[in-house]
Design a binder for this molecule. Structure first.
Ligand SMILES: [Zn+2]
Length: 329
């Protein structure tokens, strides 16, 4: 058996066991199709064990990285192939390029990026490598340029007649900021799923969020993301206990070879509309400005020792917190 299949099976077992436990205890109201069922957290379609094998199923189960693998995320859940490839291709790469663009703008030592140098009424394509201490090496490849333009550029460069200051701009990938937001929303949702499984996420309340993730062109509903306010030792899942802003709060890291961006993201609980949560956070003299949150959140760290996939007492604690409007855990 391949290593990947083994790790998919491990995830399947964990989530499937919890799903059937919740069903058997009457804690969720949903008909399960199979003896061992896995529900894709994005489309809510049901899958069975044989769907772990791509040859046996048209829409098989794949490992889902949250955050995206290229930002040092890990495989913490399964989503079906359809959901995974859609979200991966249409959302995640906008987030990856956004973070890389921030990295590029800092010219970290040893990095190479493609740039465009303005020259006369045209431009020269170049590669720029940062040597550290502000030193940049610039390479103009013949195959990437119009040879006549390049000759003229080199000639003028040697004769110091292009001026002291070279104008250049990095070749930018097309980044759609609403898709960056969606990739963050997906990461936040999948991290929550990995921690809590099916305890409350099957609620139809989350259909809006799922639709936003599955349909990349739908507008987002202003979900709450906060950056640059956290330290790496705060990474984790928290319960927000404040009156009227009950929610799950995840702090996660987007890491490259050169930088680490820490994002805090709120996921509302089913008895409150995201807009209401937003209003409650911004009322009482508090405000959200420039991605910063004004309210002092009363949080409790998710107890990593609590077994929310097998321990009924712990599971019921979450459910009663969910059901009691604005009561403390
Ligand atoms: Zn799916």
């Amino acid at each position: 058996m391949s290593r990947q299949l083994k790790s998919r099976e491990k995830l399947f077992d964990r989530f499937s066991k919890q799903l059937h436990l919740l069903k058997n205890e009457g804690l969720i109201d949903i008909d399960l199709k199979y003896e061992e069922t896995y529900i894709c957290p994005l489309c809510l379609n049901q899958f069975q064990r044989s769907d772990l094998i791509s040859e046996k199923s048209k829409n098989f189960l794949t490992e889902e990285d949250a955050p995206p693998a290229k930002l040092n995320g890990s495989r913490i859940a399964l989503t079906c192939f359809q959901c995974n490839s859609k979200a991966g291709h249409q959302i995640d790469h906008h987030l990856i390029h956004k973070i890389r663009e921030i990295d590029d703008s800092k010219f970290h030592k040893g990095t190479t990026q493609k740039i465009r140098m303005e020259f006369e009424d045209t431009y020269v394509n170049s590669e720029i490598t940062s040597k550290g201490n502000g030193l940049l090496n610039v390479l103009h490849k013949i195959e990437n340029n119009n040879p006549t333009t390049l000759d003229r550029f080199i000639y003028k460069l040697k004769n110091k007649s292009v001026g002291d200051l070279l104008d250049f701009s990095p070749k930018r990938k097309k980044i759609d900021n609403s898709k960056v937001d969606k990739a963050l929303l997906k990461t936040n949702y999948i991290i929550t799923f990995a921690k809590f499984g099916y305890i409350f996420l099957l609620d139809e309340y989350y259909n809006t969020i799922r639709d936003e993730i599955k349909q990349p062109d739908l507008p987002t509903d202003g979900h709450l993301m906060i950056n640059n306010q956290f330290e790496p030792n705060q990474i984790g899942t928290y319960y927000v206990l404040n009156e009227n802003v009950k929610s799950i709060f995840n702090i996660f890291s987007l890491k490259t070879d050169y930088s680490e961006t820490l994002i805090g993201a709120l996921l509302p609980f089913p008895n409150m509309e995201p807009k209401e949560l937003h209003n409650n956070l911004t009322s009482n003299g508090t405000s959200i400005e420039q991605g910063k949150i004004g309210v002092e959140l009363d949080t409790t760290t998710y107890d990593t020792d609590a077994d929310l996939f097998g321990d009924l007492i712990e599971i019921k604690k979450i459910i009663s917190w969910k059901n009691a409007p604005q009561h403390r855990i």
